[in-house]
Design a binder for this molecule. Structure first.
Ligand SMILES: [Zn+2]
Ligand SMILES: [Zn+2]
Length: 272
């Protein structure tokens, strides 16, 4: 039996003879159902028409994205570390050549995912690499394919060792997580942020939303919480969830002044 994958968001559901009735991730007000209604695919079908591109970034960082684009079109990141590599976020396609290429880079010892829009086929990745998946417990209800490989963590931070720390920033999702990589950006620190802290077109800035496709902003207290959660961490570079969403330097300052700009815009205290 296939494990159906939602074409719009990339979430994979448990094996079933017929596709599920609906995708709760897309029916949530943070996502949407496409014009053609709910559409499904399978990993087998994706493997037939797509491939993953693995691109080296800065030292010990690799991007993994699917061509042509599937679902939201994010790219995952692989952080290489002496104790074993960490896969940050996920892309729906996992196939033999991807597994082989990643094994050559040292495999995957742990998978961590920012929020439910990127859970995609995380269970397939976990099985392919025999790696645990770390998700924040506050998003537990959004896991549509439960599996023993999933381990829920609680609280504000979780260390994955080797200077890699998961931070619960919240915002877009209550369990919204970013990854701090102390060795990133030549030892000045990097933040892997998906769309919890979203690098925008003007890459000197970031932004924060409850829903990106439906343009629902976050309240000021959520923005302040995100900033406070990052306060103890130093970082120069920010890697958003897509190939070109990178703030190369000044990342922490960019979060600070982007948050101030955002709060100014949403609070009713402007002259115009
Ligand atoms: Zn969906
Ligand atoms: Zn999202």
């Amino acid at each position: 039996m296939p494990a159906y994958i939602c074409k719009t968001c990339g979430s994979q559901y448990p094996e079933s003879a017929a596709p599920p009735d609906r995708c709760p991730i897309c029916q949530d007000e943070r996502q949407y159902v496409g014009w053609k209604g709910q559409q499904w695919t399978t990993l087998e079908a994706l493997r037939a028409g797509h491939r993953n591109e693995i691109r080296a970034g800065e030292p010990d960082l690799f991007g993994i994205g699917t061509e042509p684009q599937v679902a939201i079109g994010q790219r995952a990141l692989l952080v290489r570390s002496p104790a074993g590599n960490v896969l940050w976020d996920c892309t729906p396609l996992v196939d033999g050549s991807t597994v082989e290429a990643i094994q050559e880079l040292g495999g995957i010892r742990a998978i961590a995912i920012s929020h439910p829009h990127f859970y995609s086929t995380m269970v397939e990745w976990a099985h392919a690499f025999d790696a645990p998946i770390y998700l924040h417990v506050a998003d537990r209800q959004h896991v549509v394919r439960p599996d023993p490989a999933i381990s829920f963590w609680d609280g504000e931070t979780k260390s994955l060792g080797e200077g890699i720390t998961l931070i619960n920033a919240g915002g877009h999702f209550a369990g919204g997580t970013v990854l701090h990589w102390a060795q990133g950006a030549e030892g000045r620190g990097a933040l892997l942020s998906a769309d919890i802290v979203n690098v925008v077109r003007d890459r000197r800035y970031v932004s924060f939303m409850y829903s990106y496709p439906n343009l629902i902003p976050l309240p000021a207290r959520a923005i302040r919480r995100i900033v406070a959660s990052l306060e103890p961490f130093q970082f120069e570079r920010i890697y958003g969830g897509w190939w070109d969403s990178i703030t190369p330097e000044g990342g922490k300052e960019a979060v600070g002044f982007s948050a101030e700009r955002y709060i100014r815009a949403i609070e009713d205290n402007q002259d115009s």
